[in-house]
Design a protein around this ligand. Structure first.
Ligand code: ATP
Ligand code: MG
Length: 355
């Protein structure tokens, strides 16, 4: 039997990359799983606060993320839906694991570097106090640096077997497996379950304004992403302005033509069964006489067709009162705590933390 865990940060309305790379696969997993499989999907708000957040906005984003869960078809009776900060065992587990996490390994992780706009080869130990006083190089906070340990805690807390995520999380999952093994060998035990990464086919949807970067909720340019609540007109405008190139026709070549290839890829993931690969879609379905402008029209229509029902359900859920939405969250919190608590107890027993 499988235990599936995944999370999303409440850092804005989810975008097409989140939807294709994570949210839609979660719903598919839920709908196709064995009824005895365990599925946990979390709003990982403790991860969101590793960078500066406005409290009112964070509160709104948490609500919108829960509304998103319901709008896309996650079912609180079937999946365990909860916010991470409401299950204190995540933070407790993080401390226990921190005592096994290697600073050297963490310093090689790319995410804290990208959140601080530093080059991939930057070292945390070069960040002098002087550099932190400059406006453009904020000091590296412990929480941002140790973020992967919290992520490992999220996963290992439930003895997760499968973690459906986009490609940007693959490195963190590798670290999670390493930590599980380090713990098991330190105590000659098998209580830590080593989880598998489940990469979705749409593993990396790129930004519309800079197709060499992934699409992100926290990108400062709203034009860089399609939000799942965008109207048909907003989708059309953003896609028509998406950065492409001046090569005539369309062809799939992510290195040479990242913008056009990203659009082909989006169309490919929204047209299930039409074509075996984005490459063949470019060659056979579109052909060389399709212009980038025509491609954009097809892409905008396909996105709108996919997102229209999500947008509608999202509006419905958001019109419910806060109390009504809150009530739906309670059972998930209880179930998550109920699984997490005995596992932490077992870990503490292994470690000598009991009477
Ligand atoms: P932030 O910019 O705040 O980090 P994000 O867009 O990266 O936001 P997360 O909440 O960090 O979103 O990630 C949620 C899930 O969405 C993860 O499984 C992640 O791998 C996936 N994901 C994020 N961006 C993309 C993308 N561009 N393409 C495919 N999957 C993605
Ligand atoms: Mg992210």
């Amino acid at each position: 039997l499988r235990t599936v865990f995944s999370g999303i940060q409440p850092t804005g309305i989810p975008h097409l990359g989140n939807y294709l790379g994570a949210l839609k696969p979660w719903v598919q997993l839920q709908n196709e799983s064995n009824p005895r499989d365990r599925l946990l999907f979390s709003i990982v708000d403790l991860h969101a606060i590793t960078v500066k957040q406005d409290p009112l906005l964070l509160r709104q984003w948490r609500r919108e993320m829960f509304a998103t869960f319901l709008a896309i078809g996650l079912d609180p009776n079937r999946s365990i839906l909860f916010a991470q900060s409401e299950v204190p065992q995540h933070a407790e587990m993080m401390w226990l694991l921190s005592c096994f996490a290697s600073m050297g390994y963490l310093s090689r992780m790319t995410q804290w570097k990208s959140k601080m706009s530093l080059p991939d080869n930057a070292s945390p130990f070069d960040l002098s106090p002087e550099s932190s006083k400059k406006k453009d190089t904020p000091a590296l906070k412990l929480g941002l640096f140790s973020y992967p340990v919290l992520q490992a805690a999220d996963i290992l807390l439930y003895r997760t077997t499968h973690v459906p995520v986009g490609e940007d999380q693959a490195q963190h999952l590798e670290f999670t497996r390493e930590l599980a093994q380090v713990f098991n060998s330190a105590y000659k035990t098998t209580i830590m379950q080593t989880p598998q990464t489940m990469l979705s086919p749409a593993k990396r949807i790129m930004s519309l304004t800079d197709p060499r970067k992934k699409m992100s909720k926290s990108d400062s340019k709203p034009q860089s992403r399609i939000m799942i609540t965008d109207t048909k007109e907003e989708i059309q405008t953003k896609i028509s302005k998406a950065v492409t190139d001046s090569i005539p026709g369309v062809s799939y070549d992510p290195q040479l033509r990242p913008g056009v290839s990203n659009l082909i890829e989006i169309l490919y993931h929204l047209s299930p069964g039409n074509c075996p690969s984005p490459d063949q879609m470019a060659n056979e379905l579109l052909g060389t006489d399709t212009s980038p402008k025509e491609l954009k029209g097809l892409v905008a229509d396909a996105i709108d067709k996919e997102l229209a029902p999500v947008r509608e359900r999202m509006n419905e859920v958001m019109s419910k009162s806060e109390a009504d939405i809150g009530k739906l969250l309670v059972p998930g919190i209880d179930k998550a705590r109920g699984i997490a608590m005995p596992h932490i107890m077992k870990m503490k027993q292994e470690m000598g933390l009991w009477w």
